[in-house]
Design a protein around this ligand. Structure first.
Ligand SMILES: [Zn+2]
Length: 569
């Protein structure tokens, strides 16, 4: 197809063809460019500059413009190069002798630096300055660094160095202290979209703003990447770049899925949400990608709720309206817990053995957050109510005889609800001190120190776990799996299998320990957490067990399993 081939020929070099040649045309680095221009117009030039920032955001481009501008024989009043004088023309045709570039990524030996240093001594023929650009300067070997340092300390008046790096932390302090440092930002989505729109119009390409928005997001703040993705898309789409083509070509999940999932959650429609997720998996997208995507989506909806945070939304205008519409119907009571749930699922995803189920439980919980569901919550549809009998059975009715648990509504954590079955809940703060505690108090300290055994400790441990609020259901996995073992009279050990589990256990320590102290009537009880990563293989994740429990006692979940062909592996 000659037409497409022609387009490719034109576009393969977008990043080079549309490389800015003046400060004015540099995209997304306004503040920094203004400072550079001021330095030039006021003649306050340093001998060495360090340009830091991510790849493809314009460091080398700005270095070249800077070199050209300080050598221009006829600078404009705005401090820009004239682009017509002899020096400028030589620069633009890439044959100027006033600029020397060294890519330290591939030329990082002492010998490479020696060659460069020799050039530094030679004064320029035309113009005032010889500019030496060292790209990826952090890649220089130690010996090369040392050889270069001397020149950097006492450079000839005509020499000016611009060092560029993506990894500022790797630059030694002796170099840092001799340079003026400029930090380049990632380029914002709006700036990238505007520039892509400009390039498209120059090339006679029609592009939907949403399509360019996806490219901009995919490029993660780098203009060079954005332009090369744009090239790739154009070579595929031809002269019309649509949103649908771009997401198909770049394998990006359509925003629309996220809007639909949240709509389903708002309606409390769990089957719908699970079917949408099924559709996403069928299309070959990864579940983890979906989870982080839905979390990011909720964040975007949240920033839309407040005019103050609205600028944080980095999407195209027409999709922006869609976000605002969804934000108008999502209350903060929905969004905050929803963010927490999705973020937690994101964290749990990597270590989960049944990833699909983990995501599905996330969706069910999102659906339970809707106002509709909250108002008409029934025992059949509340995960915890369903879980309760399962774990009560595990407790072997022990719950009922615990001194710490009162079946009276007065200590229930949740407000009474007509449709909700009465269920004993622990209120950790309101536990009445058992009489026996006083008797067993250690003389003089007022502290209790009753003897307890491992089985009793484990029983109270499980009781704490099953009474955790919905938002912390992930802890249930860890607590059920890692039962405490006594290592001394009042000290027990809990073995977990990774630092994440250790972290979440530590987070509830301040609630768990007082609870155990109350139940055991012992104020000396101590917990040691041991991380044993060797046993990783043996870990069994609980979601499967949870879901088996759900399916067992709840027809709704049983229906999901059969109707949607869920894998409960
Ligand atoms: Zn000029």
């Amino acid at each position: 197809m000659p037409f497409k081939f022609l387009i490719m020929e034109d576009f393969i070099v977008s990043a080079r063809k549309y490389r800015p040649s003046t400060f004015l045309s540099v995209v997304g680095q306004q503040a920094l460019v203004t400072t550079l221009k001021n330095a030039i117009t006021s003649n306050h030039l340093a001998h060495a500059y360090l340009f830091c920032g991510p790849r493809g955001v314009g460091k080398t481009t700005c270095a070249r413009i800077f070199a050209k501008t300080i050598n221009c024989q006829n600078r404009t009043a705005e401090g820009e190069a004239c682009n017509v004088c002899e020096s400028c023309v030589a620069f633009n045709e890439q044959r100027s002798y006033n600029i020397h570039e060294l890519d330290a990524a591939s030329n990082n030996s002492v010998e490479d630096i020696r060659l460069l240093i020799e050039k530094v001594r030679i004064p320029p023929q035309i113009g005032k300055y010889s500019v030496f650009i060292i790209d990826e300067v952090h890649m220089l070997s130690q010996a090369a660094f040392n050889a270069f340092l001397k020149t950097l300390e006492e450079p000839p008046a005509h020499a000016l160095f611009i060092l560029a790096t993506t990894e500022k932390h790797k630059i030694i302090p002796t170099i840092l202290s001799r340079c003026q440092i400029y930090d380049f930002n990632r380029i914002g989505v709006a700036d990238t979209v505007a520039h892509l729109q400009f390039v498209a119009s120059q090339e006679g390409i029609t592009a939907e703003p949403e399509a360019l928005g996806v490219i901009a997001q995919k490029s993660d703040g780098g203009m060079r990447d954005a332009l090369s993705i744009f090239d790739q898309v154009v070579s595929f789409c031809g002269s019309t770049v649509s949103y649908a083509d771009v997401i198909a070509n770049l394998n990006v999940l359509d925003y629309d899925y996220y809007f639909r999932v949240i709509d389903a959650a708002q309606a409390g429609n769990a089957p719908e949400a699970m079917m949408i997720f099924n559709e996403i998996l069928t299309k070959g997208f990864d579940g983890g990608h979906f989870v982080s995507g839905i979390a990011a989506h909720l964040r975007d909806v949240l920033v839309c709720r407040d005019p103050q945070t609205l600028p944080l939304l980095e999407v195209g205008a027409s999709i922006g309206e869609k976000y605002q519409r969804q934000a108008a119907v999502c209350s903060e009571d929905f969004l905050y817990p929803a963010l927490k749930i999705t973020n937690q699922t994101d964290l749990d995803y990597r270590i989960s053995k049944n990833k699909r189920l983990l995501v599905e439980i996330m969706l069910i919980r999102l659906c339970q957050l809707s106002d509709k569901k909250k108002n008409e919550l029934t025992a059949d549809e509340d995960i915890l109510s369903v879980l309760q009998p399962v774990f009560d059975a595990v407790e072997e009715k022990a719950v009922a005889v615990q001194p710490a648990i009162s079946p009276q509504p007065a200590v229930r954590q949740t407000p009474p609800s007509a449709s909700r079955p009465a269920m004993p809940r622990i209120s950790i703060n309101n536990i009445a001190k058992p009489e026996e505690a006083v008797a067993s108090a250690v003389a003089g300290t007022g502290k209790r120190n009753e003897v307890f055994d491992e089985a009793t400790l484990q029983r109270h441990w499980r009781t704490f776990a099953v009474q955790l609020p919905k938002e912390e259901i992930h802890l249930l996995n860890t607590m059920q799996k890692s039962l405490p073992k006594l290592s001394a009279a009042t000290v027990f050990e809990v073995t977990v299998h990774n630092p994440y589990q250790e972290k979440i256990l530590n987070e509830i320590r301040s609630r768990l320990m007082p609870f155990l102290a109350e139940c055991l009537r012992n104020d000396f009880v101590e917990m040691n957490i041991v991380v044993d990563e060797v046993q990783e293989e043996e870990r069994v994740m609980l979601p499967k067990d949870i879901f088996n429990g759900l399916a067992e006692s709840n027809p709704v979940f049983k229906r999901f399993v059969s109707e949607f062909g869920l894998e409960i592996a």
